[in-house]
Design a protein around this ligand. Structure first.
Ligand code: SAH
Ligand code: SF4
Length: 408
């Protein structure tokens, strides 16, 4: 008889990570859950609900990390809260700056697992690349994160905590006092002029294999009383976890990016092995059915340019044919392959990438080439990897076989 839990490759974390001092971390919990905790600590229901609303606002709108500055909560109540609860952040182990302005942070969970987040500033926007897992369940052959085992899923608090940390680091919390609204102008509360404007779930891990936590975290990011980022400014990238795509559209509603990377079964099976489980046709049908996709909100198809692997004219033509066949509101993002030590591929030549892009543009589909960012600090797509022990080819093959067996 199978033992429950043994078959699921993804460990399920608890909604509250217990802390050594017994206090409960409120970061990442939905407002009703905070109210429940306040009630079980002794407040009556009405009080608990009111305090939860106030604390939520301080947490996500003001970015405070303890209870003392919460000026609309009675002075005596603040230490009472502080004895029972904390407002956590992932610990920052290292912060690096690229010459192109990209920043990468090495972060650590309370139980000592390392993961990374990256901030990419542009002239008109700033994008935070957020991780969803420590390591990855999958093993795309061109991706450094894929050479790691899945250590564990990140909790909602650890996911939303990345956005909070980025705001801390960029100094982007409103400064005024909430109880003195006349003291400050509306402008201090608007998103205009902010550095952090967009979020992409494109860090370490496969977000749709950590669906509940990613959904709960993104709901906090989108909550109008909190971080209040529009769903139009959030993009979730999946390697093609077909059974979760519809729920992603329905329950999260963010923009979708799909790591397509190849147009034939043979090549995609090799470089994105989840293709053996959910094939190209199934994947593209799920894209065609994605709730909320339209010409105004196109699906992004990511395509990593690998020399002599997926970069011929025939590949470009087949890509166009497929996107048209499924009538997909699509744009294609061509990503020059970012190398990492021991990677089995090379990047296509710039001429090849240009030609590939031109062929797709000529068919009426936008296909810009993404400029690699932060390569000097290993912050570019697919370079994220912590606990950097180097594995031999044989060790890697064993790991990949294990991961694929777990998916079957
Ligand atoms: N796991 C999710 C999201 C994270 S990866 C996914 O696979 O979609 C973000 C993007 O970077 C994906 O499209 C991924 O395929 C791509 N990528 C991975 N390794 C890369 C590399 N070495 N060079 C360029 N892009 C890479
Ligand atoms: Fe995981 Fe995405 Fe890397 Fe594939 S590309 S191994 S799904 S992080």
């Amino acid at each position: 008889m199978p033992i429950p839990g043994q078959l699921d490759p993804v460990p399920v974390p608890r909604d509250i990570t217990p802390r050594a001092d017994g206090r409960v971390d409120l970061l990442g919990l939905p407002r009703p859950r905070i109210a429940e905790l306040f009630a079980s600590a002794g407040l009556d229901t009405k009080q608990a609900r009111l305090r939860a609303k106030q604390v939520f606002h301080w947490l996500y709108h003001r970015g405070v990390t303890d209870f003392e500055p919460m000026t609309d909560i009675a002075k005596t109540m603040r230490p009472w809260l502080g004895e029972r609860f904390v407002i956590g952040r992932p610990e920052v182990i290292e912060a690096q700056h690229s010459t192109d302005g990209t920043r990468k942070w090495l972060l650590r969970t309370a139980d000592d697992h390392d993961f990374e987040m990256v901030f990419i500033p542009d002239a008109d926007r700033g994008t935070l690349c957020v991780s969803s897992q420590v390591g990855c369940t999958l093993n795309c052959r061109f991706c450094h994160t894929g050479t790691m085992r899945l250590v564990r899923n990140l909790t909602p608090g650890e996911i939303v905590g990345q956005v909070m940390l980025a705001r801390d680091a960029l100094g982007e919390w409103p400064k005024g006092r909430m109880d003195l609204p006349d003291d400050e102008s509306e402008a201090e509360y608007t998103a205009d002029g902010r550095l952090l404007t967009n979020i992409v779930m494109m860090g370490m891990g496969e977000p749709l294999y950590n669906f509940d936590n990613v959904r709960d975290a993104l709901k906090l990011v989108m909550d109008g009383d909190g971080l209040a980022l529009s769903k139009r400014r959030i993009t979730l990238s999946t390697s093609g976890v077909v059974p979760m795509m519809e729920r992603c559209g329905q329950e999260i509603g963010v923009n979708l990016a799909v790591s397509l990377h190849a147009v034939t079964k043979e090549v995609r099976d090799e470089i994105v092995p989840i293709n053996k489980k959910f094939g190209i046709e199934q994947l593209l049908q799920a894209c065609a059915d994605y709730p909320g996709a339209s010409n105004a909100r196109r699906i992004t198809f990511e395509y990593v340019m690998l020399k002599d692997k997926n970069d011929t004219d025939a590949d470009a033509h087949e890509l166009v044919r497929l996107l048209k066949h499924y009538k997909l509101p699509a744009k294609v993002n061509l990503i020059p392959f970012n190398p990492w030590p021991g990677a089995p591929y090379e990047c296509s030549t710039p001429e090849r990438v240009k030609r590939f892009s031109d062929l797709i543009f000529e068919a009426g589909i936008s296909a810009p080439v993404r400029t690699p960012r932060g390569r000097d600090i290993d912050a570019a797509c697919g370079q994220l990897k912590t606990a950097a022990e180097k594995k031999s080819r044989a060790e890697l093959e064993r790991l990949y076989a294990e991961k694929e067996a777990a998916l079957r």
